[in-house]
Ligand binder design. Structure first.
Ligand SMILES: [Zn+2]
Length: 336
């Protein structure tokens, strides 16, 4: 028996380990390469602060004031990043989310200032109402006794106004993250009607109702005051539905489609990339970030190795664009 096994091994034609023998050989056959151009850095700008505020649940992530955000964006660009995704925290919230689409809304002011200093930097704006609504939901709500409804079409009207306000301020791309039906088409139509034919849409096409958004709510100050988001964000058990959602957004005019969160949905990312071939983004979210940070703090994982492996796996699974709080660090690591 032993002799037969040995001869089978002796006669091996294919020995995949030949190509793993040294770093140079491994480099030659490496299939997936990260570059600084793969990444978008999310940034939080708050009207409520004068000085940057560290976020306890997301070590290494801050909210910035309106003055600081310009320098932060400029530094990101100097470091080699070419795109940022802006989230705004307004001074006042109300039941109409009026800060979202006001001419002097926090994101609008930040975009104007950033584009003035960094005209080449691609500025993408999150379009949603939750940060601006006193109740923290992503849309207009109606309460009937014990039940609440998030009203789709009324919400889309406000999202359209928000997208227009961001485009007027100079945003290069609009990123609707609300998951209302039909909002991509409505935003595309309104942008075109107002002459913003060059303003792109990166849609959160398959956004799942996920527990991994937990720490973000601290960053964006948008936790719902009642109920949850499961009537608009997707059930995490559904893949076919995710593909239908992505197909709808592409038909409505999305230039880039996004899957969110990342690692627990890597199968969705792969299927979206394979089926549609449309530029595909993935959002590695706050909870995924916090997990690794906690393990690093405890000495369980090495941060650089863990993050580069995660980012490479996302690209290998079909991500053309990765939104991550590690964007700054990753491009530094790629240089060294
Ligand atoms: Zn929202």
């Amino acid at each position: 028996m032993a002799a037969r096994v040995a001869s089978a091994v002796r006669e091996l034609v294919h020995r995949p380990r030949r190509l793993r023998r040294c770093a140079a050989l491994r480099n030659l056959v490496r299939e997936t390469h990260l570059t600084p151009h793969d990444f978008i850095l999310p940034l939080f700008v708050s009207e409520k602060i004068e000085k940057q505020r560290a976020l306890e649940s997301m070590p290494g992530v801050w909210q910035f004031s309106l003055t600081e955000i310009v320098d932060e964006a400029a530094q990101a660009q100097d470091a080699g990043l070419q795109a940022i995704l802006l989230f705004g925290i307004p001074k006042h919230k109300d039941e109409q989310a009026s800060g979202a689409y006001a001419n002097d809304g926090v994101v609008q002011k930040a975009v104007r200032a950033i584009k003035k200093k960094c005209p080449e930097l691609v500025v993408i704006t999150d379009v949603c109402l939750c940060e601006y609504m006193s109740h923290g939901h992503c849309g207009v709500t109606r309460i009937d006794g014990d039940h609440f409804h998030v009203l789709n079409d009324e919400t889309v009207d406000l999202l359209v106004n928000t997208a227009l306000a961001h485009a007027e301020a100079g945003a290069d791309m609009i990123a609707p993250s609300d998951m209302m039906d039909g909002r991509v088409g409505a935003i595309r139509q309104a942008l075109d009607a107002h002459g913003f034919t060059e303003t792109g849409i990166i849609s959160y096409a398959a956004k799942f109702a996920s527990t991994f958004y937990g720490p973000f709510r601290d960053a964006a100050e948008n936790p719902p005051q009642f109920g949850d988001r499961r009537s608009y964000q997707m059930d995490y058990a559904n893949a076919e539905e995710a593909l239908r959602e992505v197909g709808l957004d592409i038909n409505e005019g999305a230039d880039v489609v996004m899957v969110k969160p990342a690692l627990p949905y890597i199968d969705i990312l792969w299927r979206v990339h394979e089926r549609f071939g449309t530029p595909t983004a993935v959002y590695h979210v706050s909870g995924e970030y916090a997990i690794v940070k906690a393990a690093v703090e405890k000495g369980i994982l090495e941060e650089r190795a863990a993050v580069l492996e995660i980012m490479t796996s996302l690209k290998r699974a079909g991500a053309d664009i990765i939104v991550t709080y590690w964007a700054r660090e990753v491009i530094q690591w790629l240089k060294s």
